[in-house]
Design a protein around this ligand. Structure first.
Ligand code: GLU
Length: 449
């Protein structure tokens, strides 16, 4: 790795010192700062105006108590977060994650990534993220509803179509967005559709939003294949996870002619050499809220479930991590490279550890980062905001065409920028630099605020 420019090195040291214990946030900042070293050398104006230092400090961080009563009558207390990271390009925009692992450092890493991701979409959205350490697993419908209502009772005062627009992430889907939106509407006495995205189709949601992150990931991958004069035909793909991103990535890979031979959840992975039956997977995960082990049982002889196994053991041409941060480590990367995997794209946010990414670059595995690859979700959220603002609703086909165009533009932007900074084919540098420059120029234009 080339040396860090001394200006960004100082910033990194400051971030690490001022945000103790927030390892994922440090990791996300380090990766971006690393890519920015050549930009700083070329553009002293970003140093003079302290744009990078300002970018690393969230505009506002909200932490709040979320009390609620469970089905047994016990009072439960969770912690809620919203990190409003940067609004130079538009209202804060980013999902809410409900998962026991959520803490301030996780939300800050996600919010920081979101700034560059949202910038790359070319749409007028700033970066933010939120969530709670609430664990929806095993909770009843009414417990989830009561939790969402309590969460929104505090958060609503910070939201608005011109201020901050949350959506879903891990543990937050259409059901939760419904309860959140219902409570927002009740408190404010206003039907402000543009305040939340990922809504249901009959109450202001957009076609393709559910599919968008997974579909967008595969559109990006398809652009990478095309740039290398290849296609999905005959390719074996391993997808980790089995949530919203994974399901629709699998569906689109199959539509484009590839075969997904394995997917996973926290209990293990399922291998299905003839290709994952995506309709069955949807039934198990979405309708029954079940596990991939249930999928394996229902699928019969075609499938094998490996309890607690690592999905990256399965040989493939392409790997698409779609579960969570740091799920693919150095050993997994070495195993993938050895088994002949040639392309890795991040469907999740930062699923590959820095050491894994280093292995990919040293072994000639083409790698693209989440902030470019999975930007289709938030881009379609911005399309949802457009439809809400104009009180319109577009067809599935129209919306999908828009998504495909956006992904192709992001891919193009990554490659062109990487070329400009003498890093041809380096999607990490391309994404970080292109995302950064647009936000940084807006921050310069808006003054020291
Ligand atoms: N949580 C998604 C992401 O990581 C979507 C955010 C949104 O639609 O606002 O980008």
């Amino acid at each position: 790795m080339p040396e860090l420019h001394e200006h960004v090195e100082r910033i990194y040291a400051e971030v690490a010192r001022r945000n103790p214990g927030e390892d994922e946030f440090h990791q996300a900042v380090f990766e971006v700062l690393h890519s920015l070293s050549p930009v700083v050398s070329k553009h002293p104006e970003y140093v003079d105006s302290a744009v990078i230092r300002r970018l690393c400090e969230p505009e506002r961080q909200i932490i709040f108590r979320v009390p609620w009563v469970d089905d047994d009558g016990n009072v439960q207390i969770n912690r809620g977060f919203r990190v409003e990271f940067n609004s130079a390009l538009g209202p804060f925009k980013g999902g809410l994650r409900f998962h026991p692992s959520v803490n301030l450092g996780i939300v800050k890493f996600l919010g920081f990534e979101q700034i560059f991701k949202n910038s790359l979409t070319g749409m007028p959205i700033g970066g933010g993220k939120g969530g709670s350490d609430f664990d929806p697993k095993g909770r009843s419908e009414s417990e989830v509803m009561r939790f969402c209502q309590s969460f929104m009772t505090e958060l609503y005062r910070h939201l608005g179509e011109y201020t901050d627009v949350p959506a879903g992430d891990i543990g937050v889907g259409t059901r939760e967005i419904g309860y959140l939106f219902g409570q927002y509407k009740r408190i404010t006495n206003r039907y402000e559709s543009g305040t939340l995205t990922g809504k249901g189709l009959t109450w202001g949601g957009s076609q393709v939003r559910t599919e968008a992150t997974g579909y967008g990931t595969v559109y990006f991958l398809n652009e990478m294949l095309r740039a290398g004069r290849q296609s999905f035909e005959g390719k074996q793909v391993v997808v980790s996870g089995s949530g919203n991103v994974a399901i629709y990535a699998i569906q689109k890979i199959h539509q484009l002619g590839g075969t997904v031979v394995a997917c996973s959840d926290s209990g293990g992975y399922v291998r299905d050499q003839t290709g994952i039956d995506v309709e069955l997977l949807k039934e198990v995960k979405e309708a029954r809220r079940g596990r991939v082990s249930d999928y394996a049982i229902l699928r019969g002889d075609e499938a094998t479930f490996v309890e607690h196994g690592r999905v990256w053991e399965v040989p493939c041409d392409i790997a698409v991590p779609c579960a969570t941060q740091n799920e693919l480590d150095e050993d997994d990367a070495l195993r993938l490279a050895k088994s002949g995997c040639r392309i890795v794209v991040e469907g999740a946010n930062m699923p590959c550890t820095p050491k894994a990414v280093k292995v990919f670059s040293e072994s000639g595995v083409l790698f693209a980062p989440g902030k470019a690859v999975n930007a289709g979700g938030v881009a379609t959220s911005a399309l949802e905001m457009q439809q809400n603002a104009s009180r319109d609703s577009w067809t599935f086909q129209e919306t999908e065409v828009r998504l495909a165009e956006i992904m192709s533009r992001i891919h193009e932007r990554c490659l062109t920028t990487a070329d400009q900074y003498d890093r041809p084919g380096d999607y990490v540098s391309g994404a970080n630099i292109a995302g950064f420059i647009q936000v940084a120029d807006a921050m310069l234009a808006l003054g020291v605020i």
